[in-house]
Ligand binder design. Structure first.
Ligand code: GLN
Length: 205
């Protein structure tokens, strides 16, 4: 069976993720395609979805207005694999605070039991790269690109911590849901996208 992968294309790093998912499909030699998806109808057809980094308040507002927020939530709750990157991980979370402005009211998917701090490592000019590891999913070394990245201060009992940086949680997994604070699509290393494509292939077949 051919797998349909989607990258939520409302705002953010859409093309970079389409390229990375495509490269992962090819490297794993899996029968699948990847397209940008925006409308409820387009989203309803995908087997696995990347929610890219960008600006979570914009992604949240626009996906609420066009009706895709509820479809996304339903599909993920029904088990669709999802990789939430930076703003995408913020969208998945249940509880969000901004490091500077505190509590803000933004539309969220409210699915992943994590307590998250937006802009936890500072603003755009404090962006940085650092070597990180995700040992439990077979990625011992990865170049983490952090851009206005969030961190996680607390996780629910069934959420697995995949990685920490400077004592802060930066990657998590719960069953079909993966959330990372850094941007794998901005590196040439496709190992995290491969892990996601493989997870979708395993859960779907
Ligand atoms: N700080 C952004 C937000 O809160 C996320 C930044 C990113 O995705 N690179 O939405």
């Amino acid at each position: 069976m051919s797998l349909n992968f989607g990258v939520l294309s409302i705002q953010g790093d859409v093309l970079e993720n389409i390229f990375s998912v495509k490269a992962a499909i090819d490297a794993l030699d899996i029968d699948g395609t990847v397209v940008g998806v925006r409308t409820p109808d387009e989203i309803s057809k995908v087997d696995g979805l990347v929610i890219p980094g960008g600006e979570s308040t914009t992604i949240g507002q626009l996906s609420m207005v066009n009706g895709s927020l509820t479809v996304l939530k339903d599909k993920i709750e029904q088990g669709m694999p999802v990789l939430g990157i930076c703003a995408g991980m913020i969208m998945l979370s249940k509880t969000v605070q901004d490091k500077v402005v505190g509590k803000i009211n933004q539309p969220l998917l409210d699915i992943l039991d994590i307590k998250l701090e937006r802009n936890s490592f500072g603003r755009q000019r404090e962006s940085f790269e650092s070597d990180i590891s995700l040992n439990s999913i077979g990625i011992p070394s990865f170049n983490g690109v952090f851009i206005r990245a969030p961190s996680i201060s607390d996780v629910g009992s069934d959420v697995e911590i995949l990685s920490k940086f400077n004592e802060k949680i930066i990657a998590v997994k719960k069953n079909n849901i993966i959330g990372v604070a850094f941007h794998p699509e901005l590196t040439s290393d496709i190992s995290l996208h491969k892990y996601f494509v493989n997870l979708t292939n395993t859960l779907k077949n």
